[in-house]
Design a binder for this molecule. Structure first.
Ligand code: SF4
Length: 585
């Protein structure tokens, strides 16, 4: 693997992915060889392996089945899928079968919420897992059919574009954005981008032209362009569709950015769950090189720029831009302290812009059609359109592009949602709105979203939804800072206690206090938003939480007597519950 790879420490994650693909795990000998070959400490490699959920020190099955555990997959019956596969393949969830043929487990959202229940086999996407498909998979595994011979229908992923708008309805001609930018003049094109009002589409909404200007103005010999295709927010899958059907335009937006900021190298950081797109995207890059749209002296315009694809390995936190840069450098994706921001000190400490897939697509369109064309749509503070990934309880889940300012009620009508209980806007880190708020608008000034839009109808249990989101954050916390590492686990425990019917009024107060602590003291956006599902539902549905409470004044969430059992045994004490009698005294 080392001989085939570009053997540098920054490629460590990619090399480990290749080792894992070949051996179904990262053998101890590989770690020794990599430490020597890359001249990095063994512990550094171990740290990377342990950080990413798709890397393992112990062998996984030759067919490694992971079933997506997002809330929408649950609503579509992922537990049935797990039970069915476990029984038919004689393997327990979370285990490798004794003969090593197959392993089965859950994984966080795989970005197929419009066609779930979904999963992965050896990293490749499986969708719409009904009984017929499950039975087909069981047969193929039992017959030990190589994955390359599995029917293509099993790996089919639909785009499900139901409402194309400004960006999705009229594709650009390859090269037009670059020609337009050079004809207009690069400074003037940056002005045009400014006039368009384009804000980052990943959710945070920072003005794109301002970010690109900061980066261009930073004195440096090298700058980088990074496209963040690590959409891990449960319920988000629009980047998957953009990269499947609009990749050329996204790459053109990246090349445009390179021209405007003076970069020569770009990266597409593709989430590991979208492995199925990898080869196809490499093909698009090859075609663009052949057409003179990437590489040396692009279109004869004197621009040198190329793009490399790097794959993630199952870590939601890598969607945070500084964590993504760490991951690009082959390290665990732990968010950096900021400032400095990536625009001044990003990849390899060089000025770097990190933007979402949709942002690059929009920038390419703006270069051709002008800032006024884009700004004419949307609201004063939110120009243009937003591409939504709609899933959950609706007749037509999929991709919808709306002008900013569109009312939620309109979106629900279009996707065929009835008897709506509420909508999770912006994924678990966003806002849960109730059916009394459907006249609110999609906009940075009201309901901002990176694209996730999950509909829940009146048959759904709010607490179960919040529980799924809270477990997700506890699982995805990178563990770097205590308020998030410990806080998200405590939130999970405290919420479970209430949902399971063991909570008292004091537990709600304790839950709220914990939420504030995690929100205000965590290092990055993950921790700062991890309490949003609880806070937004506590505010809207206090009665739902109250109904779940036991009518007692206090029940400890921690079994002190149980925790002391080992210490008592070691001290030869036979006084279980001794602390309780002291309390009574
Ligand atoms: Fe990591 Fe959570 Fe701290 Fe962010 S807030 S750095 S995810 S532990």
């Amino acid at each position: 693997v080392l001989a085939e790879a570009d053997a540098q420490a920054v490629n460590l994650l990619q090399i480990l992915r290749a080792v894992q693909a070949r051996y179904q795990h990262i053998p101890e000998e590989a770690i020794e060889l990599l430490a020597e070959g890359l001249s990095i400490p063994r512990t550094q490699i171990l740290g990377v392996v342990e950080f990413y959920s798709f890397l393992h020190m112990t062998p996984q099955g030759r067919y490694d089945l992971l079933i997506s555990d997002s809330i929408t997959d649950r609503m579509l019956g992922n537990q049935f899928v797990l039970d069915y596969l476990a029984e038919r393949l004689a393997v327990q969830v979370g285990q490798v079968r004794a003969d090593g043929l197959v392993s089965l487990n859950r994984t966080s959202c795989t970005g197929m919420c419009d066609q779930g229940p979904a999963g992965l086999v050896n990293g490749l996407a499986l969708t719409s897992l009904d009984i017929a498909r499950l039975e087909e998979i069981v047969e193929l595994v039992n017959q030990q059919t190589p994955l390359s011979q599995w029917p293509a229908t099993l790996f089919a992923v639909a785009d499900n574009i139901h409402r194309p708008g400004l960006l999705l309805s009229e594709p650009l001609v390859a090269g037009d954005a670059l020609r337009a930018a050079f004809e207009r003049g690069l400074p003037e094109t940056l002005e045009e981008l400014d006039r368009s009002g384009l804000r980052g589409r990943g959710g945070a909404g920072f003005k794109t032209a301002v970010k690109w200007r900061f980066c261009a103005d930073e004195p440096a010999d090298t700058r980088f362009v990074v496209c963040n295709a690590d959409e891990g927010e449960p319920g988000t899958f629009k980047d998957r569709v953009l990269l499947n059907s609009y990749a050329g335009q996204v790459f053109e937006g990246m090349t445009l950015a390179a021209a405007l900021i003076g970069a020569q190298q770009g990266f597409l950081y593709l989430r590991g769950e979208y492995l199925h797109l990898h080869e196809q995207l490499q093909g698009v890059l090859t075609e663009r090189r052949a057409a003179g749209l990437l590489g040396e002296n692009i279109l004869g315009l004197g621009l040198n720029f190329d793009i490399e694809i790097r794959l993630g390995a199952g870590a939601y936190i890598c969607g945070e831009e500084s964590a993504l840069i760490e991951s690009l450098e082959g390290k665990p994706g732990i968010p950096r302290n900021r400032p400095p921001y990536p625009v001044t000190s990003g990849y390899l400490n060089k000025p770097t812009i990190v933007n979402n897939v949709e942002t690059f697509l929009a920038a390419a369109h703006i270069a051709v059609r002008g800032g006024a064309w884009f700004a004419a749509v949307g609201t004063e503070k939110s120009a243009g359109t937003k591409i939504l990934s709609i899933s959950g309880d609706c007749a037509r889940p999929g991709i919808y592009e709306y002008p900013f300012g569109t009312r939620i009620r309109q979106v629900l009508e279009d996707c065929g949602a009835v008897e709506v209980l509420g909508v999770q806007i912006g994924g678990p880190s966003g806002t849960f709105i109730s059916n009394r708020e459907l006249d609110r608008a999609l906009a940075f000034e009201d309901l901002a979203t990176g694209g996730s839009f999950i509909v829940f109808n009146c048959s759904r249990d709010i607490l179960r939804i919040v529980q799924n989101f809270t477990h997700f954050f506890a699982h995805e916390s990178c563990g770097f800072c205590t308020p998030c590492r410990v806080g998200t686990s405590l939130l999970k425990k405290q919420l479970d206690k209430i949902v399971d019917g063991h909570g008292s009024a004091g537990d709600i107060v304790e839950l709220e206090n914990l939420c504030q602590l995690v929100k205000h003291h965590s290092h990055c956006g993950l921790g700062q938003t991890a309490a949003n599902p609880i806070l937004s539902t506590l505010e809207r549905y206090p009665d739902v939480y109250e109904k779940q409470l036991k009518q007692i004044s206090y029940e400890p969430g921690f079994d002190l007597d149980g925790a002391l059992a080992i210490a008592r045994r070691m001290a030869h004490r036979d006084d279980a519950a001794a602390h309780l009698s002291q309390l009574e005294d």
